[in-house]
Design a protein around this ligand. Structure first.
Ligand SMILES: Nc1ncnc2c1ncn2[C@@H]1O[C@H](COP(=O)(O)OP(=O)(O)OP(=O)(O)O)[C@@H](O)[C@H]1O
Ligand SMILES: [Mg+2]
Length: 729
């Protein structure tokens, strides 16, 4: 059962809902709000009373030439204006003070919520959408609540106050005004829904454009490397144009509302002046009262016209408030139970019991998985791409909860423990080091904020990076750059290991920590990890079987289930999946100078080379060259003639088929040790599929010319190959 978030959603589609939503945020600032209310009332009082001064001037001062009274009225009005002017300044000061504090509180609530939300939320909402809620939406909400709402309240009070005064002066004019003024709001009512729809569309395009921008900044190196800047610019232009179209529609309809109400109000004003004049002639209305009413009507007209523009600004925030509110009230799926306990220090075992899990309901990933990880041991999770290795780690960290089955640590279901106590025992290192743009020391301190300099150095020593740091001119104060860009991949990972170790975790979880590193750096980091495994539980996900040869236990995952388990030697003896993976991965050796060679024996295990003798294979092995591919790079394009045969040394590749309508679908994933391209090379025919790197990958490639030399030297090979191709097709 998922526990629900405590904040109740409020319906913010109408003005009342919007004000109620803001009212909740205003709670801590009631005294300031009361003062703002007082300032507004004072100003309303001015608008309502000063036209009455005109009445006295016309009815008493002018006919009776009473200059004393005129001076008193003028002084009175002057004092009134000064007081109200001061009230307006005080109101502006208080409103901006309260407004910015409320906005600060709201941002803080949103950010806290972001940090509490479960990983599943971030699968549904992308980061540019969230960024837009903090920036674009926020600007509109601030404009609505901090500036427009107090002014709207003031305008409404002015309109009602003036109507009331007109009623006191002459009830007949008040009734005509009360009937006609609401007509000026009709345009708002009619156009409002259209404007709402356009705002929603505009927000979508704005956040879409942020997405393109973010993606382009994030993938800048690969865009440069592949020369796809034009495609990037084209995508941006599309989203920029969409935004322009939506903005044009929105700008037009949004400006129609105040415009039509301004004209409407003026027509009403003229009508009422006519009616008033008729009353002066026939109905016993004094000329002073008539001018007084006209002054009041002017305030009503100005108030009503401003109110409709301000109303549009407040309502424009409605969709944006909804999106911010959706974030604040989003359900936190992985939540601490009210009676959650602090998990004691891990001493016995992590146990998966019939665990089923899928990121979505339709696609189960882990299927009835049962396994135990003993405390103090080193455990590896290996298996093909997508077999569920990282998913197991995600469940141990409780980023997600199993859909059925249990995951216990020392017999306690981890859903019964607080997340803080669970994760407090874990050190985590992932494929990406995720360094912050700060100093090395600050990056290590992220693991334990209150650690001392000695602890930082101790962790760095264990991660075998202390000496390197000390040799830097600024030592631990050296800045690492954005995403650790000033450091090498290996140094970044060692800092990430130090960051994990500083909390002295009882479990160290490593998800392909070395997959982006070159072989010699990988070997040296693996050595460090082996040292660390001596006094804690280590759970490592990896594709490199030689990294885990000395691990106590290896779980081999296949399609979300444990296919085999045991240590390296036990698994080799089984001659099952693990041993097949091992065979594929061995036979590619790394020399001391970092160069990589495929062995003739390894080539012989590939069907197209199986009939070639080892001497010839040794010569062809020397023709293989090493090629690096960034994530997303296309190695072969469907339909193109291919000149190369590849063996994957590091990484993993997608094999994709593009149908006649241009839709792409994945037909296979190729992993380390797999090979491809043989048919296209042998027959020199167009490629039947596209091959693209899923992550940074390295392949050994053999050019067709070398391959054809081999065929020329072994004419009988052609027949064999024909047979092989027939079998494959
Ligand atoms: N956040 C996610 N949302 C939806 N599906 C996901 C998510 N993460 C993983 N998957 C899917 O779950 C399956 C298992 O993924 P997982 O990351 O556990 O595989 P893996 O064994 O770690 O693979 P790799 O070796 O490529 O890292 C894959 O089919 C993947 O597409
Ligand atoms: Mg993974």
């Amino acid at each position: 059962m998922h526990s629900k978030n405590v904040v109740k959603p409020i319906d913010t589609s109408g003005l009342v809902g919007l004000v109620a939503w803001f009212g909740v945020l205003l709670k801590p600032y009631v005294p300031s709000c009361l003062l703002i209310g007082l300032c507004i009332l004072l100003q309303v009082g001015l608008y309502v009373t000063y036209p009455l001064g005109f009445r006295t001037i016309f009815d008493t001062v002018i006919p009776f030439k009473n200059l004393d009274l005129l001076v008193k009225i003028m002084v009175g009005l002057l004092v009134l204006f000064v007081v109200c002017g001061l009230a307006a300044v005080a109101q502006a000061r208080l409103a901006s003070d309260v407004g910015s504090k409320v906005m600060r509180d709201l941002r803080a609530r949103m950010f806290e919520q972001l940090n509490r939300l479960s990983s599943s939320y971030f699968m549904k909402v992308d980061s540019s959408d969230l960024l837009s809620r903090f920036s674009l939406e926020f600007a509109s909400i601030e404009a609505a609540y901090v500036r427009a709402l107090p002014a709207l309240i003031e305008c409404v009070l002015v309109v009602f106050g003036c109507l009331l005064t007109i009623a006191i002066v002459d009830w007949r004019i008040a009734i005509v005004t009360a009937i006609l003024v609401p007509l000026s709001f009709i345009s708002g009512k009619v156009l409002g829904p259209r404007v709402d729809g356009l705002i929603y569309q505009k927000i979508g395009f704005e956040s879409g454009m942020l997405g393109v921008l973010q993606e382009s900044l994030h993938s800048r190196p690969i865009i440069r490397a592949l020369g796809t800047e034009k495609e990037s610019i084209r995508k941006f232009a599309i989203s920029n144009n969409n935004l322009m179209t939506a903005s044009t529609g929105f700008g037009f309809y949004a400006s129609l509302i105040p415009l039509s109400s301004l004209y409407g109000v003026n027509v009403i004003l003229v009508t009422i002046v006519g009616a008033g004049a008729a009353l002066v002639i026939n109905g016993g209305l004094s000329i002073g009262s008539f001018f007084g009413c006209i002054g009041l009507l002017g305030s009503v007209a100005a108030g009503a016209s401003s109110a409709s523009s301000l109303y549009a600004v407040v309502m424009a925030a409605s969709q944006k408030v909804r999106r911010v509110n959706d974030l604040i009230t989003a359900e936190i799926e992985v939540n601490d139970r009210p009676d959650a306990i602090a998990l004691p220090v891990f001493t016995s075992e992590i146990h998966f019991e019939n665990v089923n899990f899928g990121y979505t309901q339709e696609f189960p990933i882990l299927k009835d998985l049962t396994c135990s990880i003993k405390a103090g041991t080193s455990v590896a999770l290996v298996g093909g791409s997508g077999s569920g290795k990282s998913t197991m780690v995600n469940l141990i960290m409780r980023f997600f909860d199993p859909s059925s089955g249990t995951l216990t640590i020392d017999g306690t279901d981890i859903r019964d423990a607080t997340q803080e106590s669970l994760r407090g025992q874990m050190g985590v290192v992932m494929q990406d080091a995720y360094l912050i743009n700060a100093s090395i020391a600050e990056n290590i301190l992220v693991g334990k904020l209150d650690a001392t300099q000695e602890e930082v150095e101790e962790a760095a020593r264990k991660a075998e990076i202390h000496d390197f740091i000390c040799a830097l001119p600024y030592g631990y104060s050296t800045l690492v750059g954005e995403n650790g860009g000033f450091l090498s991949g290996g140094q970044r990972q060692r800092i990430a290991i130090a960051r994990a170790l500083i909390r002295n975790p009882s479990m160290l979880l490593l998800d392909e920590p070395t997959s982006a590193l070159d072989p010699s750096t990988e070997a040296s980091i693996n050595h460090s990890i082996e040292q660390l495994a001596r006094d804690r539980t280590v759970i490592m996900v990896t594709h490199r079987l030689n990294s885990v040869q000395r691990f106590d236990k290896i779980f081999v995952l296949d399609q979300g289930q444990i296919a085999e388990e045991g240590n390296h030697y036990e698994l080799l003896e089984k001659r099952g999946l693990y041993s097949q993976m091992w065979d594929k991965q061995t036979g590619v050796s790394t020399a001391a100078d970092g160069s990589v060679r495929v062995t003739p024996e390894r080539l012989k295990s590939i069907p197209i080379f199986s009939k070639v003798n080892l001497d010839q294979l040794a010569s062809i092995a020397s023709n293989f060259i090493l090629e690096d591919f960034e994530a997303g790079a296309v190695l072969m394009k469907q339909g193109d003639l291919s000149e190369k045969f590849y063996i994957i040394f590091r990484g993993s590749l997608d094999v994709l088929k593009v149908d006649s309508e241009g839709h792409e679908s994945r037909i296979a994933i190729l992993d380390e040790g797999d090979h491809f391209g043989e048919i296209a090379v042998i027959k020199h025919v167009p490629r039947s599929a596209t091959v693209r790197a899923r992550k940074k990958s390295t392949c050994l490639s053999l050019n067709r010319t070398h391959f054809m030399t081999l065929v020329r030297n072994n004419p009988e090979l052609l027949e064999e190959l024909d047979e092989y191709i027939k079998l494959r097709q």
